[in-house]
Design a protein around this ligand. Sequence first.
Ligand code: ATP
Length: 318
Amino acid sequence: MRSYSLIAPAKINLYLEILGSRSDGYHELAMILQTIDLADQIDLRSISKDEIQLHCTHPEVPLDKSNLAYRAAELMMKEFPQAFAHQYGGVEITIHKQIPVAAGLAGGSTDAAAVLVGIDLLWKLGLTQSELQELAAKLGSDVPFCISGGTAIATGRGENLSPLPDLDHLYVVLAKHRKLAVSTAWAYQNYRQQFSSSYISDTESLESRASRVHSGQLVNAIFHKDSVKISSLLHNDLERVVLPAYPQILQLREALQNAGALGSMMSGSGSTVFALAESNAHAQEILEKVKLRVLNPEIDFWIARFCNTGIRFLHTIY
Ligand code: ATP
């Protein structure tokens, strides 16, 4: 039976501002998201049994219905029952995990995005990118961005996307305490408890605040590919709650900055921190310096490059 392999890249947040609360319980956000080439590989295969089979050897990745990749396949089964049960049968999903788990890098979201794209190919559905993104929004706030990737402004819950020019000349050093995972739900709940008095509540002001991001300084710097300016304008509201609770994340972020990074910040709700670099050699230099300074075998490091695509087709196996 035919099978497809797809590349599912991680993302970092260059900008994350929490604007207010939504009636659906989520937050109204204004973000600038960036795909990087640290990626999982997802293999998908049609199987004769009418079921979803999921494999992954990473100990922290659940293999039941709580896995976002599983939920993506379930959604496709529900939306396209004819293709699932009658034409092509079930699906076997294998996740080759490279993206650290619960790290603020959208690892689960990108796996789910790859399953949507892969099943569209497997079942020859011919869905457009915007149809895939509509399905993606049912699974989670970051999933629509993971489909298209690149550099983009995301507003609403994260599902309203406006693409920005590519920044693929930049590199990033990522660092994460291996045993430190920050729950995204905890970070947002804490933020609400501490800062909801400053939330914007009327729709008009929310829209105008979100649209200000489009004409803001960071977007301008991205249009000019001005790495130094981009680095000086990195922003993440969630640092206000996560860094005081986890001082080791702040220390790591400062160590990266002091090692000569253009700029450094926590990605999403953490616990990964990243440092921007203008070349691979610059990234290597930061990595060597920071490793010597922190001398902690419990910290993992990666170097990745910014990239301008989301889910990519790798190969077909017959
Ligand atoms: P985001 O940046 O979108 O908030 P994250 O990168 O912080 O996400 P994930 O790697 O997606 O976090 O993991 C969050 C939790 O989701 C994990 O603790 C894990 O139990 C669960 N999970 C479900 N599906 C997956 C998946 N395919 N890969 C990794 N974790 C998954």
